[in-house]
Design a binder for this molecule. Structure first.
Ligand code: UFG
Length: 340
């Protein structure tokens, strides 16, 4: 299939481009490079041994989106593009609603006009909110995220369900990611956040490589095994392959829309991740325990049974693999793609 990957220069998008290409798909990328570096494209060409064409524009631009579909054959879309920082979304709610919703609307309209009805959408475990029982299951309702970012995901999921309800020719996969970490085992692509990382793994990696002095651990008085928060960390390579599996499944089913969790089903605490990273890198990760971060849940992990059974997909990489691959990427690229 000819697959358009929106946000294909980003962290999860770039890893997915590699897996889609390896599975025999012909991939093209659209990215506004708002949170991704153009240098990633050359790395993707080298990793895939082909040329991945890229269209550099913002999908909120309906005319440009329409022109893309008018000039390129597109059989399926994997839609990653969007703003994604929880804290930032609290400060800039309008930007998040406008960007994440409008880009999806112009994509859906252009797809419809040009006869493309196969879509894989990047959603998030954040849609389960703080009331859902563990482990999170796809059939849980009501969805109620507690940040503007998370609410854009709930809203888009709702839009997709309404669209698929009235037009059952759609083939839509909604993938709810847990905590993506790790990097391609070559060390050629990985996560390269702008500024100070919000997320735990890139922060740990930057401490290990000497870009930051110390990690701050947000709270050790949660009702968990060691008092620090537990998350379902999933290797970005497993996650990327999940998109290939989802695309295979929706191409051969008559269900207009289906949702799958992509997680391991296991929780790892902040302290456990720190220790695993120290083992993998051989570097000390000095840390201070500080107060809780507003909005953090004590624990979050998936029930991945539906994806295991229906997609034939299982997350196979361990926390030690996640740390080893993150360290390879970070130590080979101490300043991320800036080094290119
Ligand atoms: N943490 C620290 N120090 C840091 C950063 C994080 O102690 O410097 C802790 C957090 O308090 C939390 C854990 O590490 O307990 C994980 O935090 P992350 O920011 O890495 O991940 P979150 O679970 O908060 O957020 C992730 C995604 C979001 C998504 C959310 C809910 O980044 O996009 O899961 O699914 F919305």
């Amino acid at each position: 299939m000819r697959v358009l990957v929106s946000g294909g220069a980003g962290y999860i998008g770039s890893h997915t481009v590699v897996h889609l290409t390896a599975a025999g798909h012909d991939v093209l990328v659209v990215d506004n490079f708002g949170n991704a570096k153009p240098a990633v494209m050359a790395r993707l060409d080298a990793l895939t041994n082909t040329h991945i064409p890229v269209h550099a524009f913002d999908l909120t631009d309906r005319d440009k989106t329409e022109r893309l579909f008018a000039t390129e054959q597109v059989d399926a879309v994997v839609h990653f593009a969007g703003l994604k920082a929880v804290g930032d979304s609290v400060q800039r709610p309008l930007d998040y609603y406008e960007n994440n919703l409008q880009s999806t609307f112009s994509l859906l309209r252009a797809m419809r006009r040009h006869g493309c009805s196969t879509l894989v959408f990047s959603s998030s475990a954040t849609v389960y909110g703080d009331q859902a029982p563990l482990p999170y299951r796809e059939d849980y309702e009501p969805l109620q995220a507690n940040s503007p970012y998370g609410r854009t995901k709930v809203m888009i999921e709702t839009v997709l369900r309404d669209v698929a309800h009235i037009d059952p020719s759609w083939r839509i996969a909604v993938l709810r990611y847990f905590n993506p970490v790790g990097a391609h085992p070559s060390g050629a692509i990985g996560e390269d956040p702008q500024g100070i990382p919000n997320n735990l793994m890139p922060f740990i990696a930057q401490v290990a490589v000497g870009r930051r002095d110390r990690l701050r651990i947000f709270g050790d008085d949660y009702p968990t095994t060691d008092g620090t928060c537990e998350r379902d960390y999933i290797h970005v390579e497993d996650l990327a392959y999940g998109h290939v599996a989802a695309l295979n499944r929706i191409a051969s089913t008559d269900e207009p829309i289906r949702t799958w969790n992509l997680g391991t089903g296991r929780g790892t605490s902040v302290l456990e991740l720190v220790k695993a990273f120290e083992r993998a890198s051989g570097m000390p990760i000095p840390y201070d325990i500080v107060g809780r971060r507003t909005g953090d849940l004590p624990a979050s992990w998936a029930d991945p049974t539906r994806a295991n059974e229906e997609l034939g997909w299982v997350a196979t990489r361990t926390v030690d693999d996640m740390c080893a691959d993150t360290w390879r990427w970070q130590s080979q690229n101490p300043n991320g793609y800036e080094d290119v």
